[in-house]
Design a binder for this molecule. Sequence first.
Ligand code: SF4
Ligand code: SF4
Length: 471
Amino acid sequence: MPLPTPHEAGRTPESPALPSEAPKTIGRGGRRVWLYPEWFRGRMLTLRTIVHWVFLAMLLIGPWINIGAHPAIRIDIVGRRIHFWGLHLFATDGSYLLFLFGFVVFAVFLFTALFGRVWCGWACPQTVFIESLVRPIERLIEGSAHERRKLDAAPWTIGKIARKLAKYASYVVIAGMIGTTFTAYFLGHEGTFEAQLHPSRHPAGTFTFLFVTGLLVFDFAYFREQVCLVVCPYGRFQSALTDRHSLMVLYDDPRGEPRGKKGTQGAGDCVDCNRCVQVCPTGTDIRRGVTMECTQCMACIDACDDVMGKLHRPLGLIKITSENAVARTPTHVVRPRVIVYAVGVAAVMLAFTVGVLRRSDIELNMSRQVGAPFIQLEGDRLQNSMNLRIANKGDVARTFTVAPVDPPELELIAPMSPFTVSPGAVDHMPVFLVLPRTAVVGRKQTVRLMVDDGAEFSQEVSTEFLGGGAK
Ligand code: SF4
Ligand code: SF4
């Protein structure tokens, strides 16, 4: 018979929540309890720090570097286009955004089913900022967990004020840098600097910068892990996405229990040193099993491995494993939910890739100019005024010419042809179609034009010529 998992052993649906199971950051009456997690150097922390810095670089450099003529990342709301690492999406490319959104959703489902909350501990911007920027600065200025606790309890002195000022000033600078980058996602660097230097010229940009910076300062200085515990919805629905085969950070309950000091007769491997709890940024005791508070940062793995190493016991009393493995039953990677999520990821990626590969760099439409649908000209002729809308989604400027195709008597007036459209731009070229009245009266007349750039692009556009009923 399989052994109960820590989850089942510690808490059943019928058992009332014990006070020890309440989040450690929330005290009686909802009071905030400030944590002082200890820092621990270990292989997981080293690996996680590298991953965090890669993600930080990806998050922060996008708006500041160019790929071709455009920023690597820019959500240009006014221009109705998105630049994403060389991919240029226009307002008419909504389907690609839908595919990308579908990919993110299915990928999160798939990764959660396979690896639990790996996103939370390793890739979420909140964790990346707090664990790899905010806490290292705090340690640098205020010292270890013990020293920080002592400093907070101490009376206000010049030294304490200086340290606190230095810490919060650092947070303001970092938050300001992130706020600037966030604003640059939307306004680009020039627009962002303009919003910062001349608020009256760009009030929305100034507000965005100040709002994001203020929010981050509040987060860095006060809210921190509360975001994961009381704000973020992901932690709440992750239990619906995982099962007993999913990998996550777990305590090897059968090996560790019953806890006892070294040498205690019949005791398991856990010596109840509490190191795993002391290093946890959310104050979680991993020995309670799977909880919403655990963000899978893996600090407890490093801490416990260190204890086991000193005791000359096998490492991995806390490790990345599945609930089934802890209960000594087989773990299966391939299972129905994994197959469904993987098929979802593959399907949206395929649709996205095919769509991008088949997408033309040039998008061409013809529409009527605002005003009278047609006008009468001298010599018993009729004129329709049209606009050619040309979107250049490529990286080089294109010059287009337009020529009449059909009917043979069509006269085309295109004062702006040849017409150059910059890379990433959408421009309108006015064209005037003229036909003798005899060519249109009493019948439907379709007019066709040819637009080409003298290189690889040429496309016909057509429209119905109006005015056939005119006397
Ligand atoms: S229990 Fe372990 S993995 Fe989970 S948040 Fe705490 S230290 Fe990180
Ligand atoms: S660090 Fe390891 S040995 Fe120490 S209390 Fe946690 S699980 Fe037990």
